[in-house]
Design a protein around this ligand. Structure first.
Ligand SMILES: NC(=O)c1ccc[n+]([C@@H]2O[C@H](COP(=O)([O-])OP(=O)(O)OC[C@H]3O[C@@H](n4cnc5c(N)ncnc54)[C@H](O)[C@@H]3O)[C@@H](O)[C@H]2O)c1
Length: 367
């Protein structure tokens, strides 16, 4: 299994889809184009052994199509393992829409995207991701039932971000317990990178617990709003990776733990919401292990959102959502302990458990 981030300029040198480094036996990759609305999207279905492939749609201004393809391949694979390790009967999928969510997203484009989702007859079920809001999913719902994360007034479970943040908070506390011997985050120095939907909700939990929180984002207005609301510090330096901190919480985009950053990192724990935090899983996971930095696997601790949207399909209630999300604490502690016992990376330990569940189900499905 290889899901390396490779330089965009290098991507065109290999086969367009099946030859990509991030291609990991995905079952289906669907390219969607509509001239009238300007929609250019890719839907990645990685694995449907455990159930329909559920995963959000990201709208991002990718610099080229290779980057978008690489992203959807990595993200959809991540969803397979996220649902598997969380015990949900869901496969892994994800979609990306190429474009600027602020200027190019229109109701017509969202509905057209919904029609493409519908054409897959439920093999892929969408939800929101970066660049998407609950109201966008409500538009998709007008043309297909294969969407989650819709408004509560339409029978949905609403915005999944607060639940995702709660799960990340639980995973972070478990990682702190493992590393520092206590899960109390009071007075811990924590850097939250990206204070969007999830980042803000995480900041709220951390401030309530008395942590010393520093925030970074590329959106200055948002930084100031969050500082004013929660009394946290805006990072004023130019290289947060080199800063002294107890915990680094990546809550923006993926691959921030890479060749350029990994040896600078002074954090003792990494626990955040962003998907695919390790640029090269095996390599960077190993370096973190060697450097004694505890990495709480992203797909394990950011599963609150998928638990929340799964409730829409299965019809369970808020109490059960919170119980399942709180359980991220126990699973994280188990996996960190398991990794230490077997001298493997935490990412590897989490992947093993997820893959095992898929393999067992695959055998059962064949009977
Ligand atoms: N929303 C969920 O329920 C959910 C669930 C699982 C995983 N995630 C992942 O968590 C991350 C955050 O999701 P979100 O819903 O909060 O997205 P969001 O779009 O609301 O927030 C992302 C924030 O990151 C900022 N950002 C972008 N690039 C940055 C950079 N280089 N440095 C600092 N800040 C930067 C943006 O300005 C924005 O404020 C994403 O990686 C997403 O895939 C989200």
């Amino acid at each position: 299994m290889v899901t390396d981030v490779i330089n965009a300029n290098e991507l065109h040198k290999v086969d367009p889809v099946f030859g990509q480094l991030s291609f990991d036996n995905h079952e289906q990759v669907v390219f969607c184009n509509d001239k009238d609305t300007g929609l250019k999207a890719i839907i990645g279905i990685h694995n449907t052994v455990l159930g329909p492939a559920l995963g959000g749609t990201r709208m991002w201004n990718y610099s080229n199509e290779w980057e978008a393809l690489n992203d959807v391949l990595r993200l959809s694979r991540g969803m397979t393992f996220k649902s598997a390790i969380t015990g949900l009967n869901l496969g892994g999928g994800k979609a990306v829409i190429i474009g600027d969510a602020k200027t190019q997203k229109t109701p017509e484009l969202m509905k057209k995207f919904g029609e493409f989702v519908h054409s897959l007859s439920g093999r892929y079920i969408t939800a929101e991701d970066v660049g998407m809001q609950t109201s966008d999913m409500d538009l998709v719902r007008e043309v297909t039932p294969y969407v989650t994360g819709i408004s509560e007034s339409l029978g949905g479970a609403g915005n999944p971000s607060p639940i995702t943040a709660y799960g990340v908070f639980m995973g972070m506390k478990a990682a702190a317990k493992f590393k520092f011997g206590s899960d109390v985050l009071e007075d811990k120095t924590i850097f939250v990178q990206g204070i969007g939907n999830v980042g803000e909700a995480l900041v709220e939990h951390l401030v309530d617990e008395g942590a010393k929180v520093t925030i970074t984002d590329i959106n200055q207005e948002r930084l100031e709003a969050i500082r004013n609301k929660y009394g946290v510090t805006i990072y004023g330096g130019s290289d947060l990776y080199s800063e002294n901190m107890d915990i680094y919480a990546p809550c923006a985009l993926g691959a921030t733990i890479n060749d350029d950053t990994i040896y600078k990192l002074k954090a003792k724990v990494i626990a955040g919401a962003a998907n695919n935090q390790l640029a090269i899983e095996a390599k960077h996971g190993k370096i973190l292990q060697e450097r004694d930095i505890v990495y709480a696997p992203d797909f394990l601790i950011n599963a609150g959102g998928i638990i929340n949207v799964y409730a829409e399909l299965e019809g369970y209630d808020k109490k059960e959502i919170m119980r399942k999300t709180e359980n991220i604490y126990n699973t994280t502690l188990e996996i960190l302990t398991n990794a230490k016992t077997h001298n493997i990376t935490t990412n590897h330990a989490a992947l093993n458990i997820a893959q095992n569940r898929i393999d067992i189900r695959k055998k059962e499905n064949k009977r």
